[in-house]
Write a protein that binds this ligand. Sequence first.
Ligand SMILES: *Cc1c(COP(=O)(O)O)cnc(C)c1O
Length: 416
Amino acid sequence: MLDRTAFHYDNGALFCEGVALKDLASRWGTPLYVTSKHSIEDRYREFEAAFSGLEHFTCYSVKANFNLSVIKTLGDLGCGCDVNSAGELFRALKAGVPGSRIIFAGVGKRPDEISYALLSGVLMLKAESLSELRAIDAIAAERGLTAPVALRINPNVTAETHPYITTGDSKEKFGIDEAELPEVFSLLGELQHVRLVGLDMHIGSQIFDPEFYVAAITKLLDIFNYSRSKGFGVEFLDIGGGFPATYDPMKPETPLDRFADKIIPMLKPTGVKVIFEPGRFLLANASVLLTRILYRKRNHTGKEFFVVDGGMTELIRPALYQSHHEVLSVTRHDETVVADVVGPICESSDFFARQRAIGDAPEGELLAVMTVGAYGAVMSSNYNGRLRPAEVMVEGSDVQVIRRRESFEQLIQNEV
Ligand SMILES: *Cc1c(COP(=O)(O)O)cnc(C)c1O
């Protein structure tokens, strides 16, 4: 569901929790990311409740939203972190999440990243190839440590989602191919400085059909049995993230219980702790991007444009994935116009919505681009000399800046 409790109209004005979005824009300018703290907490609790029948540990996928305050909000509730780089590890540790609650993933880890993860005492490093297992072993040996590793398996399941966010297909770069497993297990028998603690998979993002999990978990369980037959018991089965969020009210997310109903009976009999790595599910609907209407114009065919002060540099998802985001006028207008909502960047792919009914707001008013809490601010860039936007977090009627807007000086600070 679009989180109507976190973002709602009150007397014709759009609010985040107890704060009018218009007031936030006046105070902190636009474009502005606005995040509801309660929304994050509620979604995390909803996730935990849905899987409460299974012994599990949730490590939220930091790449979906790496803001320190977001990590801390989840960390304070007991959630762990799934990190994908040394930089994300640094962020998770800075936000106060201990290494023992962090798992380190990534298809191409550099030696310095492996060292950093080991020295941080992470719960496990995921190995995605034979070469990487050897590299982890060698680095652990140098440090006199034993590295806890999980094997990321490519389950060869093609989840029905956008091709850029399917990751469990054998034609993709992710994970260890099944055909390599005999070699992997014989290598694990030889290596002295790695200890197999888990088996892992992640089939992609925004997965609506639980059957894709069923297919992939079936594979994972085969490998679990194979692993045991080779004398390797594991403590963790990590089934990744991918649980969906509602972007378009016409395409509501599959309720989590439908996933839990399938997943729990498959995994519970193993007696092994299950790790989940949700990102989008927890965060997508926790944030909006506030942007001001600079100009409205119409071309000779009658086509209408709202030119706004935010663009693909703040939110690249429409350009990158053709993703749908609702665009609401911050002051409610009952009249609508069918229009494109476009940004100021010099690219034709710089749009938030195309041919969409938008509240007939005049120039100078605000629009809210909804469902931007996952893979939104984290993908912002300085292209076109843009300053990364400010971010605020709302809790009830309290507002905290959680990221200041970049300055021109910061734009050039590393240039010599
Ligand atoms: C991106 C990613 C996730 C999170 O995916 P969501 O669709 O946001 O839940 C989890 N695990 C891994 C390995 C990932 O790469």
